[in-house]
Design a protein around this ligand. Structure first.
Ligand code: HEM
Length: 458
C-alpha cells in the first residue's frame, strides 16, 4: 500500500505539547494576564509558548503528515521538516528568554547582548517558517487545482508568513527604534498589534484548523468530503474577508480615519459570515455521516467547533465595544484555548494512535490479525479529561469576563491538569497492545487507506 508516516510529525507533537503545558503552568502561577498586564513580558512569553510552541508546531507537524494526503503528492522535501522543527523550537527558546529580558520582566539584568535574544529568536522562527512554506507550498503547487481543504491550507500559509514577519518587525523596532524609517515604527508598534493577531489567530490558525477539521471529521465519521460549490464559496468569503480586513487594517495604521476603516469592517463582516456558514455546513456534515456513534475525537471536535461559534460572538461583542482590550482578550482566549487547543487535543487523540497503528501494523494489514486503532485507546478513561478541559476553559472565560484573576488561575490549573491527563492517554496509546485472537481487524481502521496510501505521483 506504500504506507508513509512522516517520521517527524510525532516529534513536532511532543515539543508542541511540552510548550502547551509550560504555558498553562505559567497561567496557573499567575504570571500572565489577568494577574499581569496584557503586554507584560511574562504574558508575551506565555502567549508565544501557546502560539509558536503549541499551535504553530502542532499545525506544522499535522500539515507535514496531511498535505501529502490532501494533495495526493509526496512532500517536495523529506529533509525540511527536521530543519523547520529545529529552527522554530530553537527560535522559540530564544524568543521566550528575550521577552523575559524586556524592561519590567523577571530577567532585565541579563548580560550585555540580552536585548538581541528577541530579534535573534524571531529570525530563527521566521527562517523555520520559510523552510516549511517552501516545502508545503511547492507540494501544494504541484497539485492544482486544489481540493477544498488544500485551499484552506494554502491561504493559511500566506497568513503564517505575514504573522511571523510582522512579529519580527515588532521585535526589531523594539530593539533598535531607529532601524525602521521615521513614521513607520511608531504607528506599527502603536496600532499594528491587531494585524499580528488577525493574521496569526485568524488567518494562520483558524483557516488551517477549518481545512484540516473538514478533512479529518469527514474521514473519521465517514461523511462526504465534497462540500460542493457552497463549500468553495464559504472558503472564498472567509479567506477573502480576512485578507480584506488585514490589508485595510494595514492601510488604517498609517492613515487613520481613511476609508480603510470602512473596508476593514466589511472584511470583518465577511469573515464572520464565512465562519458562521462554515459552522452550518459542518453541522450538515455531521448529519450526513455514515458512522452513527461518535468517537471521542469527533465528539470533542464538535465541542471545539462550538467554541469557534462562541469566539465569533465574543468578536462581535469586542467590535461593538471598540478597542477595549479586555473584551478582545476574551475573544482571543476562546479562540486559542477553546477552539484551537480544544480541536488540537481532540484530533491528537485520533492522530497519535492512528500514526502509531500505521507505524507498527500498517505493513501487516491484510496479512495477519492486528489490533484496531480503537484498541490502542481507552475512550472511557479519556472522556472525563476532555470534559474537564472544556469545563475549565468555560470557567476561565467567565473569570476573564468578570474579571477575576484568582478564579482565572484556578481555572488555568484545571486546564493544566486536564491537558496533562489527555497527554497521559496519548502516551498510553503509544504502548500498543498485542493483537488478541478474535479481536482484531484484517483491513485496518476506517479511513486508513485514504490517510496513508502512498501518494499517487510526485
Ligand atoms: C504564529 C506566530 C505568532 C503568533 C500567532 C503570535 C501572536 C501574538 C499575540 C496574540 C500577541 C499579543 C500578545 C498580548 O497581547 O499579550 C503577540 C505580540 C507580539 N508578538 Fe507575536 N506571534 C507570533 C509570532 C511572533 C514572532 C515570530 C515574533 C518575533 C519576535 C513575535 C513578536 C511579538 C511581539 C514583539 C509582540 C508584542 C508587540 C507589542 O508589544 O506591541 N511574534 N503575538
Amino acid at each position: 500500500m506504500g504506507v508513509r508516516v512522516e517520521p517527524w510529525a510525532l516529534r513536532y507533537f511532543g515539543v508542541a505539547f511540552a510548550s502547551y503545558l509550560a504555558a498553562l503552568a505559567a497561567m496557573a502561577a499567575g504570571l500572565t494576564y489577568p494577574s499581569a498586564g496584557l503586554l507584560a513580558p511574562t504574558t508575551l512569553a506565555a502567549v508565544h509558548l501557546v502560539t509558536v510552541g503549541w499551535l504553530t508546531l502542532l499545525m506544522l507537524g499535522a500539515l507535514h503528515q496531511f498535505v501529502p494526503v490532501i494533495t495526493g503528492r509526496r512532500l517536495a522535501s523529506d529533509r525540511s521538516p527536521a530543519a523547520t522543527l529545529l529552527l522554530v523550537a530553537g527560535g522559540l527558546i530564544l524568543m521566550v528568554a528575550g521577552f523575559l529580558a524586556l524592561p519590567g520582566g523577571p530577567w532585565p539584568a541579563l548580560p550585555a547582548g540580552g536585548e538581541l535574544l528577541l530579534p535573534l529568536g524571531g529570525s530563527a522562527v521566521v527562517a523555520g517558517a520559510a523552510v516549511a512554506l517552501a516545502n508545503l507550498g511547492r507540494t501544494l503547487g504541484r497539485a492544482r487545482p486544489l481540493s477544498l481543504p488544500a485551499r484552506y491550507v494554502a491561504s493559511a500559509l500566506g497568513f503564517l508568513a505575514l504573522t511571523v514577519l510582522l512579529g519580527l518587525t515588532f521585535a526589531l523596532a523594539m530593539t533598535w527604534p531607529g532601524l525602521l524609517p521615521a513614521g513607520m515604527a511608531g504607528p506599527l508598534l502603536g496600532a499594528g498589534l491587531p494585524l499580528h493577531l488577525l493574521a496569526g489567530v485568524g488567518g494562520w490558525f483558524t483557516l488551517t484548523a477549518m481545512g484540516v477539521a473538514l478533512k479529518l471529521l469527514a474521514m473519521f465519521t465517514l461523511a462526504p468530503e465534497d462540500r460542493g460549490k457552497t463549500g468553495q464559496g464559504i472558503w472564498a468569503v472567509t479567506a477573502g474577508g480576512m485578507a480584506l480586513a488585514w490589508l485595510a487594517g494595514l492601510a488604517g495604521v498609517f492613515a487613520p480615519g481613511s476609508p480603510a476603516g470602512v473596508l476593514a469592517r466589511a472584511g470583518w463582516g465577511l469573515t464572520g459570515t464565512g465562519v458562521a456558514l462554515y459552522l452550518v455546513d459542518i453541522r450538515r456534515l455531521f448529519g450526513q455521516r455514515r458512522r452513527r456513534g461518535l468517537e471521542v475525537n469527533a465528539r470533542f471536535g464538535a465541542w471545539a467547533l462550538g467554541c469557534l461559534g462562541l469566539t465569533l460572538l465574543a468578536c462581535a461583542w469586542a467590535l461593538l465595544r471598540g478597542r477595549e482590550p479586555g473584551s478582545w482578550a476574551l475573544a482571543v482566549f476562546l479562540a486559542l484555548f477553546g477552539w484551537l487547543s480544544g480541536l488540537g487535543l481532540s484530533q491528537l487523540y485520533k492522530i497519535v494512535p492512528f500514526l502509531t497503528w500505521i507505524e507498527r501494523y500498517g505493513k501487516r494489514m491484510g496479512r495477519e490479525r492486528v489490533p484496531r486503532v480503537q484498541d490502542l485507546v481507552q475512550e472511557r478513561r479519556a472522556r472525563p479529561w476532555f470534559q474537564g478541559y472544556f469545563g475549565a476553559v468555560a470557567l476561565a472565560a467567565a473569570a476573564l469576563a468578570i474579571p477575576s484573576p484568582a478564579l482565572f488561575r484556578a481555572a488555568a490549573a484545571l486546564m493544566l491538569l486536564a491537558a496533562a491527563g489527555v497527554g497521559r492517554e496519548l502516551l498510553a496509546s503509544r504502548r500498543c497492545p498485542r493483537a488478541s485472537p478474535g479481536h482484531g481487524a484484517r483491513d485496518g481502521p476506517a479511513g486508513a487507506r485514504d490517510a496513508v496510501a502512498g501518494p499517487r505521483g510526485s
